[in-house]
Design a protein around this ligand. Structure first.
Ligand SMILES: Nc1nc2c(ncn2[C@@H]2O[C@H](COP(=O)(O)OP(=O)(O)OP(=O)(O)O)[C@@H](O)[C@H]2O)c(=O)[nH]1
Ligand SMILES: [Mg+2]
Length: 306
């Protein structure tokens, strides 16, 4: 597992509940002939898996039309059709992490309170470290003393350096110190943890702009990634939050946390549809190893496995 690989077994495990909603249909209505009732049932299941209204309507409309035209004969046809359409919606996007060609890569983690920013940052730190890359983490969540100590515990566990500032201090000052240290020490990756915020908190949103500016001034192209951390269990709410964040900050990718244990795995499709921001990484548990690259085809297959 990790940032640089996807484990089919892990995806299967993570999607167990989503599969109950979607793939569980193999033994259910989808195993019989296609009918108007079965199509209604599929529609309900796509919605429950949080594929989202846009994609669900498009897929169901096409399914109805094909059914009327007599194009579907067996159950396998319908499942193949669904998989294909869902996969199509996730194609043609670069999901690799943008890394600096030379010098430190700066990755900024943003999102609402409790979405999983700090844990996801720790997972990324662990993955980079396991590849022999040097990492510094910046504790730019200066609001809560607990936020800094949470990050310190991770830094200790993962054996990476941490840059922090005074409690209640200016997060941009922490980032300034961190980019300076990363450059001076020839560090490969600088990960910046930020406080949770809502798009309505103007001052806090402005602060992200300031943080960006400080990073950009010291390191060309920084931040190379602005990862919006979304909580998969929040379903369509997460999408609304993301829309608002997208309007305020230049988000380059999504880290979809807490996919384990949710039945809302279809959210990956809705994110692509509504936001058009690539899901780059997925969080599948609470340990540093619980991160995977997002591989659409394997993901959709796992959603429908019996
Ligand atoms: N099951 C599961 N839990 C997760 C995952 N990622 C984060 N969590 C848990 O979610 C909770 C919140 O995670 P944090 O990383 O502290 O979230 P945060 O966004 O940094 O929170 P604030 O700094 O308060 O805004 C913690 O209990 C994490 O263990 C995940 O992929 N799966
Ligand atoms: Mg945090």
């Amino acid at each position: 597992m990790g940032l640089f690989a996807t484990t089919a077994g892990a995806i299967r495990r993570v999607l167990a509940r989503t599969r109950e909603v979607m793939g569980g249909s193999l033994g259910g209505p989808l195993s019989g002939p296609l009918s108007a009732e079965v199509i209604d049932e599929i529609e309900g299941r796509l919605m429950r898996a949080d594929v989202g209204p846009g994609a669900t309507t498009a897929i169901i409309d096409e399914l109805r039309a094909s059914h009327r035209a007599g194009r579907f004969t067996g159950a396998g046809d319908t499942i193949e059709f669904l998989k294909q359409r869902l996969k199509q919606r996730l194609q043609a996007v670069d999901r690799s992490l943008l890394m600096a060609p030379d010098g430190p890569t700066v990755i900024l983690m943003v999102g609402v309170n409790g979405s999983g920013k700090t844990t996801s940052l720790a997972k990324m730190a662990a993955s980079f470290r396991s590849r022999g890359q040097s990492v510094i983490i910046a504790a730019a969540d200066t609001y809560r003393a607990a936020a800094v100590s949470q990050l310190e515990i991770w830094a200790d566990r993962l054996d990476v350096d941490i840059v922090k500032g005074a409690a209640g201090g200016d997060p941009a000052a922490v980032v300034f110190d961190a980019v300076t240290a990363a450059r001076a020490r020839g560090i490969d990756v600088l990960l910046i943890d930020t406080a949770g915020r809502l798009h309505t908190q103007r001052n806090l949103m402005r602060q992200l702009t300031k943080i960006r500016g400080v990073a950009a001034k010291k390191i060309a192209g920084a931040p190379h990634e602005v990862l919006l951390v979304l909580d998969a269990t929040a379903g369509q709410n997460a999408i609304r939050q993301a829309e608002q964040f997208k309007a305020a900050v230049d988000v380059t990718g999504i880290f979809l946390a807490k996919l384990d244990g949710t039945a809302k795995g279809g959210i990956v499709v809705a994110i692509q549809d509504v936001l058009g921001i690539p899901v780059k990484l997925i969080g599948v548990g609470e340990t540093p190893d619980d991160v995977e690259t997002f591989e659409p085809d394997a993901f959709i297959e796992a959603m429908f496995e019996p």
